[in-house]
Design a protein around this ligand. Structure first.
Ligand SMILES: Cc1cc2nc3c(=O)[nH]c(=O)nc-3n(C[C@H](O)[C@H](O)[C@H](O)COP(=O)(O)OP(=O)(O)OC[C@H]3O[C@@H](n4cnc5c(N)ncnc54)[C@H](O)[C@@H]3O)c2cc1C
Length: 438
């Protein structure tokens, strides 16, 4: 069945797709948005389970272009509904909670560990910015071998599910506090307060979760079709086909679906071959509702990084320490993230096998009592962190250049194969649409 022609098609109803769609609508152009899931929001969805409110996994709105949520275009947000939170995150190292980022808080480490970290920092190899290095070299040269082995290597390898020597130093994004000597040395002074302001505040709704942003972006949007997975893209005919067999022609296509998947379902063999070479990690997020408050030692902590390789998860966060509006008084809500390779995600029963290990590890640490669990929801993020391998830049550049020839303009974190946050997704998708359509 061939539908009548739509000028612009957006694939995906996450925040990139929604923001692109709003921009198209504002420009008075025709719009069709195809989303595979029954609900909009992608990774920024929020779900309510009984009295608990869980994000897909913890999602906090860091703003740098906009001063407050109300300034975000198209979302119609009211600042009174949002709270600005001063971030408090910790690294669980040597049995102790050290304020994050650890590289600027070395003085909080236990004495013996502290001495080793400082000695190894002084002996670190010279950092030469002119020589391209791997992410691994960057870390060792920047902070010394001891801190690298203690935290920076295992934490990042657990999160991104890849050996760091396979990543280029371009994997270092603004989310990674850099080896600024002044900040590292300031943090070596014992009992110093956190030396650096790194992502120091974020916004979160007073009631409910980050899905409030999605609600705002999707309100008043026409031409949205959910439960419409795009399964094939014919670049020459300029059509997309959905699972139901419907075919939609486009003049301009704005896909926010992952770039490797887009290449795979295209009818261009070169693109399919290039897409095969893009790699990424997956994250399994365990959202847990407890019928007790968080333990007193976690009061005020928003999330904890866990580098220990014998523990399955890389991060544990406490929604209820961020917003009381995520559960009822006397209860608590948390999320636990496990990073795995995209290949391991295909292992049969992976979630069923992981879940008891995650709960057992939380109990062994004394962080929860499993008898207090009132609900548990597992979310699988197939594409979590894209891998900035040595060849990533060239591959992505070639793929995008080829797609642009067919009026396909990918958007969003996964469409552009980037490591970016929600605000970037909004900004860049809006900019792409304006540039292409004006
Ligand atoms: C573990 C983790 C934690 C994060 N925490 C934060 C945070 O605290 N703060 C922050 O700013 N950012 C955070 N991010 C980043 C943030 O999630 C992204 O920047 C943002 O969600 C990207 O939105 P998007 O619309 O580009 O992609 P997505 O949210 O992935 O949306 C893509 C949409 O496309 C749909 N889709 C895919 N394939 C098809 C298809 N074939 N047909 C139709 N539809 C399809 C999907 O269902 C989805 O709805 C985090 C990311 C991860 C992985």
């Amino acid at each position: 069945m061939l539908r009548s022609k739509n000028k612009n098609i957006v694939i995906g109803g996450g925040i990139s797709g929604l923001c692109a769609a709003k921009t198209i609508q504002e420009m008075g152009q025709e719009l069709l948005l195809l989303e595979q899931c029954p609900t909009l929001g992608g990774l920024t969805r929020t779900m309510e389970v009984g009295d608990f409110c869980f994000d897909y996994t913890g999602h906090f709105l860091h703003l740098s272009h906009y001063r407050t949520p109300a300034e975000i275009p198209f979302a119609g947000l009211n600042d009174d509904d949002w709270q600005q939170v001063s971030r408090r995150s910790c690294c669980f190292v040597a049995g102790k909670m050290i304020e994050a980022p650890i590289q600027y808080n070395i003085g909080q480490l236990p004495v013996g560990v502290y001495e080793e970290v400082v000695r190894s920092y002084k002996e670190r190899p010279i950092f030469d910015e002119s020589v391209p290095t791997t992410f691994l070299d960057f870390i060792i040269q920047g902070f010394g071998q001891y801190l690298a082995d203690l935290f920076l290597i295992p934490q990042n390898e657990k999160t991104m599910a890849i050996p760091l020597e396979r990543l280029s130093s371009k994997a270092v994004k603004r989310f990674f506090p850099p080896p600024v000597e002044e900040l590292v040395r300031a943090g070596m002074i014992k009992n110093s307060s956190t030396a650096a302001e790194y992502n120091s505040t974020f916004w979160y709704p007073r009631i409910g979760g980050i899905g409030r942003l999605v609600n705002g972006l999707s309100t008043g949007l026409d031409g949205v079709h959910v439960r419409q997975p795009v399964t094939a893209i014919d670049l020459c005919a300029k059509t997309v086909q959905t699972k139901s067999g419907e075919i939609f022609p486009w003049d301009v296509l704005f896909p926010s679906m992952p770039l490797n998947t887009l290449c795979r379902i295209s009818n261009d063999p070169d693109l399919r071959a290039a897409g095969e070479k893009l790699s990424h990690s997956s994250t399994i997020s365990f959202n847990i509702g407890l019928n007790t408050p968080v333990k007193p030692e976690f009061e005020g902590i928003h999330w904890i990084y866990v580098p220990d390789r014998s523990i399955p998860f890389y991060r544990v966060g406490f929604y209820s320490n961020i917003s009381k509006g995520t559960c009822t008084p006397g209860t608590s809500a948390l999320y636990v993230e496990v990073g795995i390779s995209s290949e391991d995600l295909l292992v049969p029963n992976i979630v069923r096998d992981l879940q008891p290990k995650v709960i057992a590890a939380l109990e062994d640490l004394g962080w929860i009592d499993s008898r207090d669990i009132s609900c548990l929801v597992v979310n699988i993020i197939e594409h979590a962190y894209v891998h900035f391998t040595e060849e990533r830049d060239r591959l992505v550049e070639d793929i995008l250049e080829r797609l642009h020839r067919y009026c396909v303009h990918p958007i969003g974190r996964y469409g552009l194969w980037e490591y970016t946050g929600m605000e970037d997704a909004l900004e860049s998708s809006m900019a792409t649409v304006r540039e292409v359509l004006s």
